[in-house]
Each structure stands twice: as C-alpha cells, then as structure tokens.
Design a protein around this ligand. Structure first.
Ligand code: DX5
Ligand code: ZN
Length: 226
C-alpha cells in the first residue's frame, strides 16, 4: 500500500453485486487503498450480507488487496474470526456488544495474522478502549447505525472520534481511527480534522459510476491527489 496519511476503504455493500469480482477489480484499478467487507447476520443488525466464501473468492483473484472485514454479528465467536482470517482477511473488527471476552478476541485476531479492531456503534462510549490499547491496531467508529449504506453521518459520532484521538494521545498510542457511514466529499475534511485517518466509502465510492472521479473527489478535500 502506498504511504499515505489518509486511506480510503471502498465498501462492497454498495458494489454491483452481480459483478462483484469485476467491480472490486475496478475499485482497485481506480486506486482505492482498502476493500471494506461488511459481514451482517440479520441478528446483530437488520440485514444479511457476505460469508467467508465471498472473501475467499475475492482474495484468490486479488492476492495483494487489503481486505477490511467488519463483523456485524452476535455472538462474535472464534470460529467466525478464524473463518474470515482463513478466507484472506487483512483486518478484522467486531462490535463489543457481541463479544464478552474482547481482549482475548483481539489477541486471537492478531494471532491469526490480521490487524485487530473494535467497532463502536453511535451509542457506544469509548472509555473501555483505554484498557485495550495494546491489543488494538485500529478503532472503527460507526458514524451511522450499522446495517445499511446511504445514511447521513451523525455529528455526535465525530465528537467521539475527537475524544478517542485525545484518549489515544494521552495514552501514548497511535491506533488508526477509521470512520464508517455517510462519508462524502463534503464532510471528509471535517472527519479528518476530528482525527479520522481511514474513511469507509460505500455509496460515495462503489455507488459512483466513475470510481476514479469519486476517489479524486474524496481525496481532494484531504489535500491528497490520486
Ligand atoms: C453500514 C456499513 C458501511 C456502509 C457504508 O452498516 O458498515 O460500511 O457500507 O455505506 P455509506 O458509505 O453509503 O454510508
Ligand atoms: Zn462497515
């Protein structure tokens, strides 16, 4: 991956599902940094998406891509993280509400060779993260309620991003802070000012006809070119 200050993760939730492989190829060709892979179980969130077989097929076709697996499942089990690690995940994150032993699960994800992250719902307070810093590679802050693409970002979640940034600084750690939901060219600079470095874009990227133009529109407010 290129040395960039900010990274854009395209969410396949908004991809052309009948041509998923080709659409992911087009996204990588356009220069997206990360492919965000939303796993929903119709239980933790009111929607159902992709299992490990989809990831395995994408990984086989794109061996160098960074796949960021966002687990919206409950319970979060070792079996699930192992299945996605085996299928080719690069990053794996889960929601703490679905996992009793969070520290152990983060360690397990790292042991499987993946970057480990926790995801915070809009109503989830970040205080507990201070006890997990040494096991966390990244924090994924939901800026919408998880389950669907195309929603509007919630401002209080961005205040939370700034709080997490402060907490991490005070602790002397530098986990990546990723935001997910309602990322647009109009608000991405504000999100970066709050402390986000990784931006998930579904409708604003995979939903766009011209992926290169969409990526450029997202990078420009960050002061970055394609
Ligand atoms: C929502 C998912 C997101 C979604 C974002 O639950 O976690 O990754 O794809 O979509 P947009 O960018 O359209 O808000
Ligand atoms: Zn997501």
């Amino acid at each position: 991956m290129a040395e960039r200050k900010y990274l854009i993760a395209g969410s396949i939730l908004s991809a052309d599902l009948l041509s998923l492989g080709d659409d992911v190829g087009a996204a990588l060709e356009a220069g997206v940094d990360i492919i965000h892979f939303d796993v929903m179980d119709f239980h933790f969130v009111p929607n159902l998406t992709f299992g490990p077989a989809f990831l395995k097929a994408l990984r086989a076709r794109y061996p160098k891509a960074v796949f960021d697996v966002h687990l919206m499942v409950a319970p979060v089990t070792e079996q699930i993280v192992e299945a996605f690690a085996e299928a080719g995940a690069s990053w794996i994150s889960f929601h703490p509400e679905g996992c009793v032993h969070q520290e152990r699960m983060l360690s397990h994800i790292r042991d499987l060779g993946c970057k480990a992250g926790i995801v915070l719902n809009p109503g989830t307070a970040p205080e507990f993260l201070r006890y997990l810093w040494d096991k966390l590679d990244f924090v994924l802050v939901m800026t919408v309620n998880p389950g669907f693409g195309g929603q509007k970002a919630l401002e209080p979640c961005l205040i939370k991003v700034a709080e997490i940034k402060q907490m991490a600084k005070a602790a002397g750690v530098t986990p990546l802070i990723e935001v997910d939901g309602g990322v647009k060219s109009e608000n991405i600079a504000h999100m970066a000012d709050c402390g986000a470095q990784v931006f998930v874009a579904g409708s604003a990227f995979f939903g766009a006809k011209d992926k290169r133009a969409a990526l450029q529109a997202l990078r420009a407010p960050l002061g970055e070119s394609l």
